[in-house]
Design a protein. Sequence first.
Length: 341
Amino acid sequence: MSDVIQTDAVIVGGGPVGLFAVFELGLLDIKCEVIDILDRAGGQCAELYPEKPIYDIPGYPVISGQELTDRLLEQAAPFNPGYHFNQMVEELEKLEDGTFRLKTDDGTEFHAKVVVIAAGGGSFQPKKPPMPRIEDYEGTSVFYSVKKMEQFRGKDILIVGGGDSALDWTLNLQPIANSMTLLHRRDAFRASPDSVQRMHALCADGKMQFKMGQVTVLDGDNGQLTGAQIKGPDGEETIACNTMLPFFGLTMKLGPVANWGLNLDENLIPVDTEKFQTSEPGIFAIGDINTYPGKLKLILSGFHEAALMAQVAFKIIHPDERLVFQYTTSSTKLQKKLGVA
């Protein structure tokens, strides 16, 4: 099992509740690895409303989603968690010794003593554009995310969309692409004005092109694109490309969690309010993905659930050790772990 990442706990979901779980588990000397389908930490806070103000985080009259994410990452940093972004847990298996084996969609394997599901309402799934036969090209020349930029070096790239993701990857990939075309249905964007200005500057310098319109037909064989037919204000034309990146936003789905053999209640995971454990011992669910009588879908509630979950996880991971409850304000041991003693 030399190629398997060995750890105490795997946290599925890198949103605020998952990040706080790293902190709570770290205080108890529990090593964590965090897996998230997005390309960075923060979950919905970072992906859907990074600049949206949040008013119900204790101690912060107002804080943005991105600032909250940054603060939680800073708080978790002393425990050196492993972060694995752009990955989805596809397989979860309980081994004979009671531990768990997890495998992600890029082949990374983990071996952990406990699993903590902190996946919010589920995993973010890309919204697929309504293009005939697009599935024939997925994974070979059509991609919904960028895991490794080097994969796109020297490619003739068509990026479709008008949001931050589309503009960001246009700007990031343009220097290494053979050619770059951005396609959007109109000359108005839901992205940062600075990104839009930089894109237009690249077009003016002849380093890329922007087209208005929509893809109607994909050209190619055996999963390899040769071009895309588009319909725009000036009629129909074909754009030569061997790689297409559609960024049409994200939707929430329960995803592979539904196949892990856990009891479910309307796509939520029932837990008790003492352990926040699922129907499978050793697997916990915290945050918006769980349900119990009186559940409130608040970040604050998820933080509370993470703290109680950690106490139970300790007993599974360190069954022969006595758990002594300590306060960070008075415990020199905890303060040393945090680097503030």
